[in-house]
Write a protein of this length. Structure first.
Length: 253
């Protein structure tokens, strides 16, 4: 089983956003099963590759891989229009496994790749909520905007967590974390000022709330970096932020 508990938020939040924005559909249930089992398969494969393909890691790879494969085939038969997303995830999988093979799975670049894949799956979930040829375009711009915000948040979380655990006490990481969160805050604030002139899907009020959330995240990145805080409490803090982001998505319009 995966040992990175923080990955669950990254795994589930984009999926939930896609389901919420498309008002939910029966296909989302097998998609959720496929996504979770696929994550188990990916985690097992990463450990297998990192170990130099030791035999003891092979059973979970084959087991989770077989279940995920069966679910994937069923989804492809149900909605073949979703298959055009497959190359995106194939590339992300190959790059991340390469990092594992080189024993650099903790690198920030690898974090960005996996975050990108998780956020893009939110778009797949959103598309799956509409029948092929349905009226998806009306909310597509908003969903893309929200996905970009989620991607920005999770990349910031990767930086913040590194300053709290693996890179704690290293000034360069703190500067990078604070500067990153500050830049996202400024970008969102700038969008608020021109929201009325932007295409449909970009609304002033939720953007203002997001700018406020990222301003608080910037202050947190500055105030808490390097402090000795138990991982449990760090995780609880991220759960609270994810809940706030989901609330914004719920009322986005």
């Amino acid at each position: 089983m995966p040992s990175q508990h923080g990955a669950w938020a990254m795994l589930l939040v984009p999926f939930l956003v896609g389901a919420i924005r498309s008002n939910g559909a029966w296909i989302h249930l097998p998609m959720l099963a496929f996504w979770i089992v696929g994550y188990f398969a990916f985690n097992a494969a990463a450990l297998w590759v990192k170990s130099g393909f030791k035999a003891r890691y092979r059973p979970p790879v084959l087991t989770y891989g077989a279940v995920a494969g069966a679910l994937g085939v069923g989804l492809a038969l149900w909605r073949p229009d979703l298959l055009w997303w497959a190359p995106v995830f194939g590339v992300c999988l190959a790059v991340s496994l390469l990092f594992s093979w080189r024993r650099r799975e903790r690198a920030l670049t690898n974090d960005v790749v996996t975050i990108f894949a998780a956020c893009v799956f939110g778009l797949v979930t959103y598309q799956a909520g509409y029948e092929p040829g349905g009226t998806i375009l009306a909310g597509w711009r908003a969903m893309v905007t929200i996905t970009v915000v989620l991607f920005a948040y999770f990349v910031g979380t990767a930086l913040y967590v590194k300053t709290m655990i693996r890179e704690r006490g290293r000034a360069g990481w703190k500067v990078a974390s604070v500067a990153y969160h500050g830049a996202v805050t400024l970008a969102l604030t700038a969008l608020v000022t021109v929201a009325s002139a932007l295409p449909p899907g970009m609304h002033r009020r939720p953007l203002a709330v997001l700018a406020a959330i990222f301003a608080l995240l910037t202050a947190r990145a500055w105030a808490l970096a390097g402090r000795s805080i138990r991982p449990l409490y760090i995780g609880l803090g991220e759960i609270a932020v994810c809940a706030a982001l989901l609330a914004v998505v719920w009322v986005w319009g």
